[in-house]
Design a protein around this ligand. Structure first.
Ligand code: NDP
Length: 355
């Protein structure tokens, strides 16, 4: 089978390094000639592009666990696509594949880190969400670093998002009390009514950390055993004194501070609470564990088996937020950083005929 590629392709490149929140002019949509795959390579038509909070960090030059995107280079990103030409015996035209093809309509792959997907087993888009990197993050963060026990209380931020929604559902399935933190009444109602959380607090309606602490304390009468950290900000400040002895804080992300850059410009200009926080970690013997998911892909097979089983039994549900077309990616990404997504944020780059 051959699928003739068009003569040109599109990509979104980093045009400028953002100062604070990214803006439209930090991105540029380009049309370039279609590349030709060399020996051992294949050409992919991108179907789904994943938008993830970590991409904000890649736009900055500061030192991190991964290199920054260079100005003029395509933005990085995980994608699901279809092979449309191949010089690689391991990948046939028509195969569905997952790899880091970036914010592009087409890409050349080598197959080194490419995974094949079977659309009969699960919708292709789930390979970027509940059954992909964010799903694995929830699974590893909760089980390996959170070490949950039935009867304990867990609090998770960005509760209706790709990671948070699965953390809460997995914790509920293990018999924990689950309290979410989300932005707005719709998301909070969804967390309780649809995801089955015990409660959800609207961080946008909380005035400050002490207001947030009162709300959290009311919903966590036995204290907090696990705080799954996705957001930073007033929720983090509020929750530290509510942590039980031997509590665990898997530090997964802090999206509320990403636009402040690595040095946190404008964050923490108030009173210095660091000594108090540090002392609480000691006195309450808290385990605060930062983790980056690429250290944990050995757990992928076990995760896939367990979570796809829970999905087919209706015990885990997931939600997607879809932006149409590659040119919509910058706007959708800027909104994601402000809570404009409701569920896993994807971009439909080209037609998914398996849907
Ligand atoms: P989500 O789908 O949860 O989308 C991001 C959400 O963050 C928004 O919808 C919004 O939800 C919330 N948010 C944005 N700004 C703020 C703010 N100022 N305060 C509180 N919440 C805010 O994204 P993901 O599930 O993909 O990611 C969740 C977290 O997990 C991020 O911090 C991300 O960096 C981290 N992560 C870490 C990984 C690792 O390897 N350590 C891997 C993958 C993700 P709302 O409207 O409810 O406020």
């Amino acid at each position: 089978m051959t699928i003739s590629p068009p003569d040109t392709m599109q990509r979104v490149v980093l045009a400028a390094r953002p100062k604070g929140s990214p803006k439209t002019t930090d991105f540029r949509l380009e049309t370039i000639p279609m590349p030709t795959p060399g020996p051992g390579e294949f050409l992919v038509r991108v179907i789904w592009l994943s938008l993830d909070p970590y991409m904000r960090g890649r736009m900055d030059e500061s030192k991190s666990y991964a290199a920054a995107v260079e100005i003029g280079d395509p933005m990085e990103g995980g994608c699901v696509g279809q092979v449309i030409a191949s010089n690689n015996p391991g990948f046939e035209v028509g195969d569905y594949v997952l790899d880091r093809f970036g914010w592009q309509s087409h890409a050349v792959g080598t197959g080194e880190a490419t995974r094949k997907l079977d659309p009969k087993l699960a919708p292709l888009s789930t390979g970027l969400g509940v059954l992909g990197m964010p799903g694995l993050t929830a699974y590893v963060g909760l089980n390996t670093h959170g070490r949950p026990k039935a009867g304990e209380t867990l609090v998770v931020g960005a509760a209706t998002g790709a990671v948070g929604s699965l953390v809460g559902q997995l914790a509920k399935a293990q018999g924990l009390r689950v309290v979410g933190v989300a932005g707005g009444a719709d998301k909070c109602n969804y967390a309780v009514d649809v995801l089955g959380f015990d409660a959800c607090i609207d961080h946008r309606a909380a005035g400050n950390a002490s207001d947030m602490r009162q709300k959290l304390a009311a919903e966590c009468p036995d204290g907090v055993d696990i705080y799954f950290e996705n957001i930073g900000g007033i929720t983090l400040e509020a929750i530290i004194p509510l942590m039980n002895v031997h509590g665990r804080i898997p530090v997964c992300g802090m999206i509320g501070w990403y636009n402040a850059g690595a040095l946190g410009a404008g964050v923490g200009d108030g009173p210095n609470i660091l000594p108090k926080v540090w002392r609480t970690i000691l006195v309450s013997r808290l385990a605060v564990t930062g983790f980056i998911i690429f250290d944990h892909y050995d757990q992928y097979p076990q995760f896939l088996k367990e979570v796809s089983g829970l999905i087919s039994q209706g015990k885990v549900i997931y939600r997607e937020s879809i932006a149409e077309g590659l040119d919509a990616a910058p706007e959708a990404f800027m909104k994601l950083l402000e809570g404009g997504n409701f569920g896993k944020q994807l971009v439909a780059v080209s037609n998914d005929e398996t849907r």
